[in-house]
Write a protein that binds this ligand. Structure first.
Ligand code: ATP
Ligand code: MG
Length: 434
């Protein structure tokens, strides 16, 4: 296989290797396939979500350097959908094919302490944090910070590997709950709204940033996202400047998602980075001129990047395994009766609590309409899950009179917005059933 020079495009017909075969790998593989590329994946699970799209699936742990080298030998370029790939495996892949993002960038990101330290050293805005590797160190941080979150350095995602502490006396049980692993202790900041910005960058240096997505989490797991974020212009501008600056400094090729907190006292802080497609941009498949999955393919193949702008407001609601674990089965036909709604399932056979199984996406004339439809569709799919996830109420008001905006956002994100008043059969979306 000819080694591409740094600025040569990798053209359709070539093979893209993906480290990780979960839903992000699957959707990337679908985009690659539709552009005429072949796809190979590596994943520890032989039944991983991407296996049905890839022409070859290598089953091996993410620490297996030989398997990563084997993947890369059969591919023209390698990318990843998960950052928890062993350093030796990243280096082994990079020895046989271009690896985007680079092993160095992924290495900084894959350890929470290393990542936060790097962000702070580079002068990017982050909340107060401390490294800890003992009960005493955790207790000391909490004594200084007040309410805190301890996050294991490695292996946490979707709120796993995290413990919330209200006071220093909880340090011992937190240290035990984290498996006595080194961790990052962060002060719990008062969040008005969570947002993210996805950046794409290719080897030529070309870079584009998507407009911010507004995101809502429940128990540390993403519940819904909407684009455009409908935030004050100054916040949007600041986020759109910050995220590309981080991508540039890290030298990321491919995608970089920057998760941000906008605090009730008006600060924009970086929560964390992800060097891959991101759950908060699943709406880009429908809402943006170029989906994040196509964009990743274009970026790692050094093709001109696609336009990131919003062509139609869009939203998603995540479907966790819980939806399939109630006595009543999810009502898919009823959910899809909501105008603009679409079902995305990842082909995971085994529904488990908290496991991401799919999402519902919607579009609308406004972001407000899109999120309203997404939540209406979700309530129809599984009323029990909607109640459990705190989504049985009215959709949040994304925009309101300027003065009230921040207070309202804070109330919504604390979950103490006004309860839903209307009876279910007055739901205007019922008209949409065809
Ligand atoms: P994901 O995989 O969904 O991105 P994660 O497991 O990597 O999540 P974080 O992004 O660190 O974990 O945290 C998950 C959520 O917990 C955040 O989106 C936010 O809602 C909340 N959270 C995390 N850190 C803080 C903090 N310092 N202060 C307040 N809330 C926080
Ligand atoms: Mg996160």
């Amino acid at each position: 296989m000819a080694e591409p020079t740094q600025h040569a495009a990798i053209l359709p017909g070539a093979t893209i290797g993906i480290l990780g075969g979960g839903q992000l790998g699957r959707m990337t593989a679908m985009a690659a396939r539709s552009m005429g590329y072949d796809v190979h994946v590596l994943d520890p699970d032989p039944n991983c979500a991407a296996r049905v799209v890839a022409s070859r699936t290598i089953t091996a742990p993410f620490s297996d350097a030989d398997a990563a080298a084997e993947l890369a030998r059969g591919c023209d370029v390698v990318t990843l959908e998960i950052e928890q790939i062993g350093r030796h495996a990243l280096d082994a892949a990079a020895a046989h094919a271009p690896l985007h993002p680079s092993a160095d960038a992924v290495y900084i990101i894959q350890d929470r302490v290393r990542q936060k330290r790097w962000l702070a050293e580079q002068g990017f805005p982050v909340g107060p944090f401390r490294e800890a590797d003992s009960t005493e160190a955790i207790a000391g941080a909490v004594a200084d910070f007040g309410a805190s979150i301890a996050k294991a350095c490695h292996g946490g995602y979707d709120g796993r590997g995290q413990v919330r502490l209200a006071e220093a006396s909880a340090a011992e049980s937190a240290w035990a709950a984290l498996g006595q692993r080194p961790c990052l202790v962060e002060q719990r900041v008062d969040i008005a709204v969570e947002l993210s910005v996805l950046v794409a960058r290719r080897p030529s240096g070309e870079m584009v940033a998507y407009p911010p997505s507004r995101n809502h989490h429940t128990n540390g797991i993403l519940t819904w996202s909407v684009i455009p974020a409908e935030l004050p212009e100054a916040v949007v501008r600041a986020a759109e400047q910050l995220a590309p600056a981080i991508a540039e400094r890290l030298g990321v090729c491919g995608l970089l998602a920057v998760e941000l907190f906008f605090t009730t006292d008006g600060r924009l802080l970086v929560n964390e980075l992800a060097p891959r497609p991101h759950n908060t941009y699943h709406h880009s498949e429908r809402a943006c001129a170029t989906s994040q999955f196509e964009q990743l393919v274009r970026a790692v193949c050094n093709l001109p990047l696609g336009a990131p702008h919003v062509i139609e407001p869009g939203a998603i609601v995540n479907l966790l395994g819980d939806v399939w674990l109630h006595d009543v089965a999810p009502d898919i036909p009823f959910a899809l009766g909501v105008a603009g709604s679409r079902l995305h399932l990842y082909g995971k056979g085994d529904a488990r609590h908290g496991r991401k199984m799919g999402h519902l996406s919607t579009v609308g004339e406004t972001a407000q309409e899109a999120i309203g439809r997404a939540l209406a569709s979700y309530r129809r799919l599984s009323p029990e899950s909607a109640v459990a996830a705190g989504l049985a109420g009215p959709p949040p008001a994304l925009r309101s009179a300027d003065g009230a905006l921040l207070a309202e956002l804070a109330a919504v994100d604390r979950g103490d917005a006004a309860p839903w008043q209307g009876p279910d059969d007055s739901d205007p979306d019922r008209e949409d059933v065809g």
